[in-house]
Write a protein that binds this ligand. Structure first.
Ligand code: ZN
Length: 455
């Protein structure tokens, strides 16, 4: 049995319902927090391994509610290229990488996530079985999903939408295999989610299949919603309505759905999404690479939509997502101090745990999972400090993270990753990315390639 006592810490507690800082020692037994004493007498927890946390803030681990680890391979390229990035670059990249390359990039993404204090990733993409073992090995808590579509997504960039049930069955079969192999694995550290890629590339038949499977296995669902203009136009052309209306007609909205982006949602879409309890998984940083993400944020906040955050593409840095969320959400009211830093902090902790239907994560309290991020308070970004949460949300960065823990196991301890050789992981990720761009260039897809540094 593992017994740890994180001594002399400040912790982020939710005792009063909102994140607050207080002094505590954190006693951990195996995968759980068992006690949070404010004071210790000499013999308390004598058989627990002491870990000094003086000058450190112990926080619930950050939860990234939407990312694609493998698409980290596109980092520093398509942020600076115009075009239909989803179909011209992201879908091809997910096919062009070979299984070992997918695993290498996914592991690199986990390294970055752990270094940014992230303990949980929700990751829908394709060929998930190729890279799931590499992600699981890193010790992170995961929701994995095969991103399903029955429009042949590999053809959309060149020739538009062709629906093919056999193509769709491939992804349904892969989802069934993921559930059999990974759902509940590693003492329930790994779960499977049901993912519809988007309303433009999933027919009513596909949406029905996915909802049936989710209900049969009691799984959460996710979908990209009103992400890009080509999706909006295709749904209008095929179904004569908005993406939200299309999902609603097919009984796809609901409290068990994490809907990502909402870029082109109308005010009445937002009202309907709020009414159904559908979650907004907002990815404000990746969606703002070319200017502030133009989603109907005021309507979203006015309707009291439930919000969680993701990084989506090319980064696993949740600090970036939190800062951009504060900027964009406050900007919905012109200039404002709402939402408060505490509210945004809850997006990535307690809200995300609710969205994922996991009552054991997202808060620090006895009985909760020991999924923790530790931040260095004795750093310039945290000094001077009147409100640690305010400093963290406005000025926080991955360099503040000293330790990351999942299920009571350190994935990073005192700045060192414990579940991987970081030098090797960086080298393998770099070589996978170079290989990807060589394949892009060799195929001559008629799309611009990124400017590269000289060798
Ligand atoms: Zn996405």
């Amino acid at each position: 049995m593992t017994r740890l006592l994180l001594k002399n810490a400040r912790i982020v507690s939710h005792d009063s319902g909102t994140p607050e800082i207080r002094a505590a020692h954190v006693a951990i037994e195996d995968d759980r927090i068992v006690a949070l004493p404010e004071t210790l007498t000499g013999t308390d927890f004598a058989d627990f391994e002491p870990v000094d946390m003086t000058g450190r803030l112990v926080s619930p681990g950050l939860i990234n509610a939407h990312t694609h680890a493998v698409l980290l391979a596109l980092r520093g390229t398509i942020e600076d290229i115009e075009g239909n990035l989803v179909y011209q670059y992201m879908v091809p990249a997910s096919y062009l990488l070979d299984p070992a390359e997918r695993a290498a990039i996914a592991k690199l993404a986990c390294a970055e996530a752990i270094r940014s204090g992230t303990t949980t990733m929700v990751d829908p993409l394709r060929h998930v079985a190729d890279y799931a073992p590499a992600m699981i090995e890193t010790g992170m808590r995961l929701w994995l999903a095969e991103s399903c579509a029955d429009a042949v997504t590999t053809e959309v960039a060149g020739g538009g939408y062709r629906f093919d049930r056999a193509f769709g069955e491939t992804f349904l079969d892969r989802t069934r295999a993921l559930i059999d192999r990974f759902h509940g694995a590693e003492n329930d550290r790994v779960r499977v989610m049901i993912a519809a890629h988007g309303p433009d590339n999933c027919s009513p038949w596909m949406l029905g299949q996915l909802t049936d499977m989710a209900r049969q296995h009691g799984l959460r669902r996710t979908v990209h919603l009103s992400q890009i203009i080509s999706e909006k136009e295709q749904v209008e052309k095929l179904h004569g309505c908005t993406s939200t209306e299309y999902l609603d007609r097919n009984d796809f909205l609901g409290e068990d759905l994490l809907a990502v982006h909402w870029t082109f949602c109308t005010e009445s879409d937002v009202a309907r999404l709020a009414e159904t309890g559908t979650w907004l998984a907002h990815c404000p940083a990746s969606m703002s690479a070319k200017g502030p993400h133009p989603l109907p944020m005021k309507a979203i906040l006015d309707h009291g939509v439930k919000i969680v955050l993701g990084t989506d593409n090319m980064t696993e840095d949740m600090f970036h997502a939190m800062k951009m969320a504060m900027t964009l959400h406050r900007g919905a009211f012109g200039r404002s101090v709402s939402p408060a830093p505490q509210t945004v902090f809850d997006y990535v902790t307690v809200n995300a745990a609710r969205a994922l239907d996991h009552p054991g994560i997202g808060r620090i309290a006895p009985g909760m999972k020991a999924d923790l991020a530790v931040f260095n308070l004795m750093a310039p970004a945290m000094t001077p400090r009147v409100s640690a949460i305010s400093n963290l949300l406005h000025y926080g960065h991955p360099g503040l993270v000293t330790d990351t823990m999942v299920d009571g196991r350190f994935l990073m301890r005192d700045g060192q990753l414990t579940t991987m050789d970081e030098t090797e992981v960086l080298a393998a990720g770099q070589s996978a990315t170079e290989s990807l761009w060589h394949k892009f260039a060799a195929e001559d897809r008629g799309v611009p390639l990124p400017a590269t540094d000289p060798a």
